[in-house]
Structure formats: C-alpha cells, structure tokens
Design a protein around this ligand. Structure first.
Ligand code: AMP
Length: 432
C-alpha cells in the first residue's frame, strides 16, 4: 500500500530544490550586506514560548498550533513562527550581555494547522530577521530597506509594501477602546467571528475578510489618527527615511498584524498574481516581548517572508538543470564494475563529479544515460580494456573514441590532463 505525505506537508523534489537553494543563497547574501548573522533555533519549543507571546486570542494560538504532550507530560509545540523562539534564545543565552544590538536571521520550516490551499500549507518555510536592542526609527527604516532589497534581489513580481503604526502601550489601548465602542454600535452587522473579536481582540475587526464586516467598518477610526506624540514622531521619521531612499511604501491605516506583540511600526509585503494569499510576508516592532521572556527592557523589530509564496511570486521556470557529471564510467561486466566503483571513489574523493551506472546495462543504454545527463566523456571499461590496463574514452561532443592507458586508481588531475591530451590525438574509429 502506498503511503502519502500528511495533508499540507509537501515534498520539495530535486527539480524545485535548485530554486529554493538559489533563493536562500540570495537572501543570505543580502543579510550579510546588512550585517545580519544566522541563528538556528529548534523546531520544537515549550508551548508557552508561543502561547504567552503571540497572544491567546490569535488564530495561531487558538486553533492552528501543533501542540502535543511530550513523554514527560510537558506541553510542546512545533514552532508556528520564528520571532518568539528567537527572543527565547536571545534571553536564554543572555545575548544582550555580550553586545547591545543583535541582527539575526533564520531560515526554516514553520507549522500551522490551517486549511491547505494554494500558497497555504501546514508545513511552510520562512526567511526572517530580528534586530534586537535598538528602538530608534532608523532601525525600523533599515529593516524595511532590507526587506525591500531582499524582495528586489529575488525579483518578486510587482511587490507592494504597506506600512502602518500600531502605537504603543500608551496610545494603543485608548484607540482599541475607541474601536471597540465603534464596533459595538454596529454589532448586528458583524460576522460571528468579529463579534468574538469585539471582546477579545477588536483590532482584528479591521482586517476581517467578510464583505459585510468591511462595509460596516469602512468608516472606523484608524490608529494613525490616535497616536501619542512620541509614536507619531517615530512613524514620521521612519516614513521620511524611506521616502529619501525612494522606497515606495503605502500608508495602510487598516493594516493590523495578526500577532499581539507588535507595536509602533508594522508592515506587510504582497505581490501580484497570488490570488487570495497575496501576502508574501510581514513584520513589525515588538516592544514588550523580550521583557515578557524575562529579558531586559529592550525592544526589537523583525519580519518573516514565506518562501513558498516568494517562489510563487517570482517569474521563473522551474530550473531542472543539475551540474552534469564530468565523467561517466561504463563498466561492461562484473569485473569491470568493481574497477569502476574503485576508480569512481578515488576520483570523487579528488573532487570530480562521476557517475557509474549498473554493469548489467548494455553499452548502448549506458551511452543513452550518459547523453541524458550531459556527461562530456564516457570511460568504457570492458574485459579487453581491463586486460590492456586501459579504458576507451568516448568524447560525447566529438562523437569519437580514443584508447587511454590508465592505472587504476588514478587521480582526477591525471585523468583531466590525459583527456585534454587525447582531444589533440587522432581517434579510434571503432570501439574494439
Ligand atoms: P506571519 O508570520 O503570519 O506574519 O506570516 C508571514 C508570512 O509567512 C506570510 O506572509 C506568508 O508568506 C507566510 N505564511 C504564513 N502562513 C503560511 C502558511 N500556512 N502557508 C504558507 N505560507 C505561510
């Protein structure tokens, strides 16, 4: 019986992995330019890492986490996002005592039990950054510039960056109360979900996808009109810095992020042609998070991009090209196969890409395989060749055969030099 993968958990086959590797390499290159260093956090964390930080009343914590009891009875969770785990590690290892400001990035799988559809999986992958230890607007601007450079480097189609400020612990609660009262007045026009949000998380009224809710809240008060002086000044500085760099951002006063811990600058990036799941990534500043993990009273800002969505948002064919072998060995019988295995091992240890098919195949079928893989040379190893301590070299491009005396094992350097010399020699007409 065939066993398939778990719903929402996908394989990334060799045809696609080349694109993944390229995307990750481009991201690492941009991160290095901005002075970010990689942190590798575990996939499994204690449940409270997420339940405490993301917010009890969020979709993720309410219904999407893969939480289970470990053998010792403790509750553990497959990480649904990276920020909380990075902050947990930052505090656990007292990184702030080593340096005041850290710029960290991570790449890896995240797990959320959402309804799978195009661009939405249960295991998906994020590339994310966290800059922890500074609260000035220049850092917010730099993180958005990094995001912009990153999506430009990987060539996201028609990207759009939305920007908002979510205020601070001073001005936000006052605004949320205002919004709650506004919502109460229109309670009967709201969906069931939003009625619950009214009690637990009124900000989410603003990003409800239900049309009647959008109509009912079209003239809701927006937070940018209710920021305290410090938050307003911070936000204006961020926007000014970005405008100077000619990085286009769109003020979106209805954009609230799904997670509880954001404050002040928040942003989202979307791309054309992704349908309902147009968000490629998002992030923002979090001011209470480090302290809530028992760390110092320091602030951070970060973002995460979904790799699957990024790949959907890039105009690029699947890249099925793989580096061809430099040498294809074609053993014609069992004795030759042993020599071929030995020669291949020696050459591979020397850094050469070598392919060896099974000896049971006919020479014709081996040649077809070599051709399909794009090998420039086939070394034919039959009984005659072994007796003569030689191989027959087939130059695939020139379609010519050459005899080559060879001591097995030989080094990659010797073999490469011999192949260059052979090119200049007259060919054998026929394989003996
Ligand atoms: P979030 O951590 O919710 O802000 O998500 C950041 C980004 O991760 C989103 O914009 C998506 O690109 C990606 N993402 C989040 N959830 C999923 C999912 N279930 N499947 C695929 N990508 C996701």
């Amino acid at each position: 019986m065939k066993i398939s993968s778990v719903k929402g958990f996908h394989d990334i086959l060799p045809d696609e992995s080349a694109r993944w590797n390229r995307m990750e390499a481009q991201a690492r290159e941009v991160f290095t330019r901005y002075g970010y260093h990689e942190i590798r956090i575990p996939i499994l964390e204690k449940t409270e890492v997420f339940s405490r930080s993301i917010g009890e009343a969020t979709d993720i914590v309410e219904k999407e986490m893969y939480t289970f009891e470990d053998g010792d009875g403790s509750s553990v969770t497959l990480r649904p996002e990276g920020t909380a785990a990075v902050v947990r590690a930052y505090v656990e290892h007292a990184l702030h005592q080593r340096e005041p400001f850290w710029k960290l990035y991570y790449i890896g799988p995240m797990f959320r039990r959402e309804r799978p559809q195009k661009g939405r999986l249960r295991q998906f992958h994020q590339i994310g950054v966290e800059a922890i230890g500074r609260d000035d607007a220049a850092v917010d601007a730099e993180v958005v510039l990094l995001l912009h450079d990153l999506i430009s480097a990987v060539k996201v189609r028609d990207p759009r960056i939305d920007l908002n400020s979510l205020g601070c612990s001073d001005c936000r609660p006052r605004y949320v109360e205002l919004l709650r009262r506004f919502g109460e007045q229109r309670r009967d026009q709201l969906c069931e979900n939003c009625k619950r949000r009214l009690e637990r998380n009124p900000l989410r009224l603003l990003d409800c996808k239900v049309e009647s809710c959008q109509t009912a809240t079209a003239d809701a008060p927006v937070i940018v009109d209710h920021l305290c002086d410090a938050c307003r000044a911070h936000f204006e500085t961020v926007r000014g810095l970005l405008a100077r760099e000619q990085v286009e951002t769109h003020l979106n006063p209805r954009m609230v992020r799904g997670l509880d811990y954001y404050c002040r600058t928040a942003f989202e990036v979307s791309a054309a042609g992704l349908g309902a799941q147009s968000a490629v990534g998002g992030g923002g500043r979090y001011d209470g998070l480090v302290r809530s993990f028992g760390g110092p009273d320091t602030t951070g800002i970060g973002f995460a991009l979904g790799v699957e969505r990024l790949l959907l948002a890039i105009d690029e064919e699947h890249d099925t090209t793989r580096p061809p072998p430099e040498i294809f060995l074609a053993p014609l019988d069992r004795a030759a196969e042993s020599e071929a295995t030995h020669l291949a091992h020696t050459l591979r240890r020397d850094g050469m890409r070598v392919e060896v098919p099974s000896a049971g195949k006919s020479l014709k079928s081996q040649m077809r395989s070599a051709d399909r893989l794009g090998a420039p040379y086939v070394l034919i190893m039959g009984a005659d060749e072994l007796a003569a301590k030689a191989v027959t070299v087939r130059d695939m491009a020139g379609k010519r055969n050459f005899p080559l005396a060879i001591n097995i094992p030989t080094t990659a350097a010797e073999l490469r030099a011999a192949l260059v010399r052979l090119r200049a020699e007259p060919p054998l007409e026929q394989h003996p």
